[in-house]
Design a protein around this ligand. Sequence first.
Ligand SMILES: [Zn+2]
Length: 415
Amino acid sequence: MENINFFALFLSFLFIDQVIEIYLSFRNRISIKNNRIEVPDDFKETISLKDHQKAADYQLTRIHFGFFFRIYGLLVLLLWTIGGLLSRLSFYFSTFTDNDYLDGILLILSIFVINLILSLPVSLISTFHIEDKYGFNNTTYKTFILDKIKGLILSSLIGLPIFLAVAYFVNIFNNNWWIYSYILFMLFQIFLLWIYPTVIAPLFNKFTKLDDPEYEEKINSLLEKTEFDAKGLFVMDGSTRSTHGNAFFTSFGKNKRIVFFDTLLDTLKPGEVEAILAHELGHYKLKHIQKSLLVSAVTSLVGFYLLYAVFNVDSFFIGHGLDHLTTYSKIYLFYLVIGVYTFFTTPVSSFYSRKKEFESDNYSVEFTDGKDMISALIKLIKDNASTLTPDNLYSSYYYSHPPASERINNIKSQL
Ligand SMILES: [Zn+2]
């Protein structure tokens, strides 16, 4: 592996990733722009031309800014890697104290803080310019700052133990450190997923029990059919940040929850609530969380093996701009660049994610009125100003949820 020119490989992959991303965004832009003049036939009765054009303008603005955000993200990645920022920080903190682990903690914390600062332009423009311009933003500056601080503390609490543990395993186990690191990483990931709804999510939002008498009867009969505990139904105050609406299912075991954004609930009729609830129950019944965990277990195993395979190949790190090699800087560099090499797997995970959405829609149609699911989806499209006319190639590459027209046609075919 020493013979590989990693510098050239890195730049080639970056170039290919950028070409793919720009090409797909370009196609998507054309598709949305060309279809802006008219509401697609399937939606003529349900979505007004005004709403359709607002969604198109919103999506086009996002694509426009997305181009600059992509360039910015690329520059940040280059700064960390071949720009030498990680190397300098690693050198600076390597003899900061007498304790190697303490030096490692300081390095990782400084990386988190710098990343937070570097991410500010993009999140400020997204929240207070793009979202605000279209009337979607409800985030105050206070909430924004608090979110950033909480995010920093949280990523430190989650990231530091992992980094320290891997570094410790590298020191004490010769060739098996990656297996122990992997096992610990997976246990930690399962633990985080498990505590997410009860410990992590409430740090950012308020969750209240969903017990509106208007929905009660319908919901209860549905819960009985699917053997889901009513204690797991919650409403989240999504309106504190944005007017976009959503619903999701998370975690497993006793902690499993189905969450409705208050913004979504405001616009839905009881039958539509029932249909979306059935969709989320589908994710639960069809064990989608467990299946995602299994996929993550396999990909993480490959990831840890790759880290092990390159760990003693100095040219790998030097080729990516890291001259000061320590256990910590090497692990972080790997984490920084691995996405560049795995970008081509995005459509595979998108495909499986969309497959799960179709399965859950089918589940919903089995237990509730498919017409309610269709009208609920239309409300979601309006709430989120989603485009009805994405480019096919773009959506198959990136979309975690099938385009609205595909979902609606799939439901219609079962009515
Ligand atoms: Zn879903």
